[in-house]
Design a protein around this ligand. Structure first.
Ligand SMILES: Cc1cc2nc3c(=O)[nH]c(=O)nc-3n(C[C@H](O)[C@H](O)[C@H](O)COP(=O)(O)OP(=O)(O)OC[C@H]3O[C@@H](n4cnc5c(N)ncnc54)[C@H](O)[C@@H]3O)c2cc1C
Length: 479
């Protein structure tokens, strides 16, 4: 353990979890490698507005069997986000605020679908999109919903689908596998716990056992601005794995744990791994889906929306949508709502999904802001002041991420390719020694797309090595 050199690639939550656990278990020679100039990966808290905002992970999703909750709750770091994403107003593109009775009934239908799908999808062969569409229109036909305007209902469903796409990171719900959607397991308890005015970065400090001034357990073990170009591994002989960097440097190690995102693997695996990864792993990289969702934060000089609003969603009337099709405003169709942010009195946060979200990443800041102001002023019937500050994310164009998080698509099902296939360690045939391992959120069977999934995956691979060495010392101990 003292001598073995371990390189952990990627300083997101998974890599940090793997590296800290190894050091805490006696491995001295652990180096955490990161391409960016900061640690955290898809946890990225920045100063903004009254305190901070999270450009990536924002909430701890659930309380039971959730290691993020387990670590943070004793320190009183988490708080419920309340009903922000339930109590929103529903506004049409002609500035009509949909009346409470109609919007509550429509919200009830989609909320019911979220509960019912946990049973229904078990035996469902289609996509989440077709399930939701059928469910929605069946419910709409029930007596209690007969008075609902069908045009508004259709607009509502279209908007709600965008919201669900933001949860999945899919471009369309019609590509999300209905059955495999159930692979994700919700942790019981509040699924929208926020980090008050501190941001998700506080969690990294907990993992690192740091007060924020240094890397704690990983002090002097982190290399930033180091991009891996290739990993040369060998299963036929007990040799070190060689990692090559863009600056030409090569570092050899006994074990490499790779935690780069599935987006990066999709783009680079054929050039990154020498020899290529086994076919089952390549199929998993191709088959598991990875999409993009981006965030938008607007800070205003003062709160201009009504006191009791927690947010509003944007319903496009067909004729209004037609007008922006093919124009420089088309991308705004997929900005589906604006919501308040806890501990940020003057900020509205928004989400944008799919190809339009990726397109936004290519626009100049001025054009993005102009578009967003046009959108808000089109939908709202009261004056909207010019923001004092704004920030949008670029998870797709950043070559160290290439998107936001993973999900299970129809293609995943067709290729029969799963997280378990992705996380198989590559070992030396004669000794079983793991030389190249995979962690990261996409390798989590049930908690993919989350921080708790990423951390568990990092711990899983650290434990694999700890067990390997323990069993070498004491062959009777478990593997
Ligand atoms: C917009 C958004 C919102 C989200 N919201 C939530 C949420 O509310 N709650 C939640 O639980 N999860 C959320 N997530 C998901 C969560 O952030 C991720 O699941 C988690 O952070 C993934 O961690 P990871 O360690 O697997 O990967 P990453 O965090 O991506 O870490 C991998 C690291 O590898 C580095 N890297 C990549 N290529 C190379 C290379 N060639 N050489 C060296 N280093 C490299 C990257 O720079 C990165 O730092 C969100 C994500 C996004 C993008």
């Amino acid at each position: 353990m003292n001598d073995s050199k371990i390189l952990v690639i990627g300083a997101g939550p998974s890599g940090i979890a793997a590296a800290t656990r190894l050091v805490e278990n006696g491995f001295q020679n652990v180096v955490l490698i990161e391409a960016e100039s900061r640690i955290g990966g898809r946890i990225h808290t920045i100063p903004f507005g009254a305190n901070v905002i999270d450009l990536g992970a924002q909430w701890c999703h659930g309380e039971k069997d959730n290691i993020v909750f387990d670590l943070a709750n004793p320190c009183n770091l988490l708080e419920s986000t309340g009903d922000v994403y339930e109590e929103y107003k529903v506004i049409r593109s002609n500035r009509q605020i949909v009346n409470e009775d109609t919007s509550n009934k429509l919200k009830t239908i989609v909320n019911e679908s979220v509960v019912r799908r946990k049973e229904d999808l078990n035996s469902y062969d289609g996509s989440l999109g077709s399930y939701l569409t059928d469910f929605f229109y069946n419910r709409l036909d029930l007596v209690e919903n007969i008075g609902i305007d069908r045009t508004i209902a259709k607009e509502f469903l279209e908007n709600y689908m965008k919201f669900e796409n933001s949860v999945e990171a899919s471009d369309t719900l019609f590509e999300v596998s209905g059955k495999s959607y159930l692979e994700y397991i919700d942790c019981e308890g509040d699924i929208l716990l926020n980090w008050k005015d501190k941001g998700y970065i506080r969690f990294l400090n907990l993992l690192l056992k740091s007060n924020g001034s240094d890397y704690g357990t990983l002090k002097e073990r982190v290399l930033l601005n180091k991009t891996v170009t290739s990993i040369n591994w060998d299963k036929t002989r007990d040799l070190q794995t060689e990692v090559v960097f863009t600056d030409g440097e090569k570092i050899s190690a006994d074990h490499v744990i790779c935690t780069v995102s599935l987006g990066v693997l999709k783009e680079k695996h054929l050039t990154m791994f020498k020899p290529n990864l086994p076919p089952s792993q390549q199929r998993a990289i191709e088959g598991i889906a990875f999409g993009t969702v981006n965030k938008i934060f607007l800070e205003f000089p003062h709160k201009f929306w009504p006191e009791d609003w927690t947010g509003f969603t944007l319903l496009w009337r067909e004729e209004d949508l037609e007008e922006i099709k093919g124009t420089d405003k088309e991308w705004l169709e997929d900005v589906f709502g604006f919501y308040i942010v806890n501990y940020q009195p003057n900020i509205l946060a928004s989400w944008i999904i799919g190809p339009h979200g990726r397109y936004m990443e290519t626009l100049e800041e001025d054009d993005i802001l102009d578009g967003l102001m046009w959108l808000l002023r089109k939908f709202l019937s009261f004056p909207v002041p010019t923001p004092s500050n704004f920030k949008t994310t670029k998870w797709y164009t950043n070559s160290n991420f290439r998107g936001s998080y993973s999900y299970r698509s129809i293609r995943t099902e067709e290729l029969d390719a799963w997280a378990d296939d992705l996380s198989v360690p590559l070992t030396v045939t004669s000794t079983g020694k793991p030389v190249l391992q995979f962690a990261g959120e996409a390798t989590s069977k049930h908690f993919y797309s989350t921080v708790h999934g990423a951390v568990e995956a990092g711990w899983r691979e650290a434990d694999r090595l700890i067990n390997f060495y323990n069993s070498a010392i004491d062959p009777n101990s478990q593997l």
